[in-house]
Design a binder for this molecule. Structure first.
Ligand SMILES: [Zn+2]
Length: 154
C-alpha cells in the first residue's frame, strides 16, 4: 500500500511540476511550500499584485523582462521595426508600474518586483526570498538588478 501511494503521489507531483512551470507558479509554490499564505491578483490593490502576503504587508509583482523593461537586462530588447510604437508602449507600461508601486508604498505596503530572468534560475537562487518576506525593513526590492549595465548597452 505504502509503495503504491508513494508512486502515485510522485507521479502526481511530476505532472503538477510539468504543467505549472510559469515564473509566477514557481514563486507561489516556493512560498507555499515554506508555509507562507497569500492571495492572488487582489483587485482592490493598485496594479493587481500577482501575490499578496497580507500578514507581511507585502505585494509581489512578477514582471516579464521585455514588457516591463527590466533595467540592464538582456531580455529587455528593442524591436527594430515600429520603434515609436514600441517605445510608447514600453513607456506606458513603465509609467503604470511606477505609479502602482508608489501608491502601494504610500499605502504602507512593501513591494517586491521579481523579474522573470531571475526566477528562471534554479530554486536555490530564490531562497533569499524566504528570509526577506518577513523582514519588514525591506520596503522595496527589485530583483535581480544589474547596477553596472545600462539598458541600451555600451
Ligand atoms: Zn530580466
Amino acid at each position: 500500500m505504502d509503495k503504491v501511494s508513494t508512486e502515485v503521489r510522485s507521479r502526481m507531483m511530476a505532472s503538477i511540476r510539468g504543467s505549472n512551470t510559469t515564473p509566477e507558479m514557481k514563486v507561489r509554490k516556493l512560498l507555499h511550500r515554506h508555509g507562507f499564505r497569500y492571495q492572488l491578483h487582489s483587485r482592490n490593490l493598485p496594479g493587481r499584485p500577482d501575490v499578496v502576503l497580507a500578514r507581511y504587508r507585502l505585494c509581489i509583482f512578477i514582471h516579464g523582462c521585455f514588457w516591463h523593461r527590466h533595467p540592464g537586462c538582456k531580455y529587455a530588447t528593442n524591436p527594430s521595426s515600429r520603434e515609436n510604437f514600441w517605445q510608447s508602449k514600453f513607456e506606458q507600461n513603465m509609467n503604470r508600474d511606477t505609479r502602482n508601486r508608489n501608491e502601494l508604498l504610500q499605502q504602507g505596503w512593501r513591494v517586491f518586483e521579481l523579474w522573470e530572468c531571475g526566477i528562471r534560475k534554479p530554486d536555490s537562487e530564490l531562497t533569499w526570498l524566504l528570509d526577506t518576506v518577513p523582514d519588514c525593513e525591506q520596503r522595496y526590492i527589485s530583483w535581480p538588478s544589474f547596477p553596472n549595465e545600462s539598458p541600451n548597452g555600451p
